[in-house]
Ligand binder design. Sequence first.
Ligand SMILES: [Ca+2]
Ligand SMILES: [Ca+2]
Length: 379
Amino acid sequence: MTQRRRPPKSSPDRNGLPKARGRWLLAVLTPLALAGAGIAIWTSFDRTTARHAPRRGAVEDDDHLTADIPPVETPPRPPAPAPEGMVWVPGGKFVMGGETIFADAQPSHEVEVDGFWMDRTEVTNAQFARFVEATGYVTIAEQTPKAEDYPGAAAENLVAGSIVFRPPDGAVDLAAEPQWWIYVPGADWRHPEGAASDIDARQDHPVVHVGWLDAAAYARWAGKRLPTEAEWELAARGGAEGKRFVWGDELLVGGAWQANIWQGDFPSENTADDGYTGTAPVATFPANGFGLYDMAGNVWEWCSDWYRPDYYGKSAKRNPHGPPSSNDPWEPGVPKRVQRGGSYLCSDAYCVRYRPGARGKGAIDSGATHVGFRCVKDD
Ligand SMILES: [Ca+2]
Ligand SMILES: [Ca+2]
């Protein structure tokens, strides 16, 4: 029986995110040697047979079974017909951040953001393939790392690849450095678990293994841009004020999961009560108040802002776009941008960063199995 646990006290460095690509390449050979040619940990569950209701005993109290659907107000009229696949996010003031268990989400602060168009869904593999076909773009994970970019790295480590989630056999110390990531040669957006894997049956899943630089290149090609962190949070909240989740205050609505996150004891037991152990097709779960899908879970989404854990105390009030440079005390000197929304690896007992007020971060040259993006566009 799965017991819900209290979310852990957390600091910016205890979010379970993988370390930067450069640190893998500079590491001893063990991770690469262990990775081999790739592993197939991804398993798709057919939604027609998957369990969507919580298992008996999976929640502690009945109030989590109570529907809590925020009132949806009629948004202001969009300025023009919607670009294909996008919805209008009306601008306005909102209280940003404030997830009390996360030091980097403090203090909560009011910001005002102008309206914008936003992709309804995370960018899919099919959409990213059109970009690559049109431009010949080669993602960072597909490129052989150059010695001059990673000074000190052993020549044997300079192998194209990316960071893949590998569940340990049993319980691990969640407070220690994450033990569930591994650098896999040959892992990239076309081969999410390594060279032996493919995306043939995942065309409508979010693209993964894209670094910030890859996402920004796609956005430029599409005539769009990456959202600021404030835009992303305004959009995620869907017009509702101060809710715990993007759909309301209760984890389950009518007994059903509202996002692709993790159920079970992370990181060794994934019960997939929501139907998915890995990524899900975009828009599988209900949209939020603005008609946006997967603003919680499925994959993390890159934002345009540099990451600093202390930025919220200094943020501009109107259309904030982040600090001028990044600093992550956990990996000083590694340029990092903000990620938002959590992923299929976030659970109610660990990470918890699928909530709209929580933050993530990643090195700009580092993707992973659980990192994707979506774009925005000005009117
Ligand atoms: Ca799941
Ligand atoms: Ca997402």
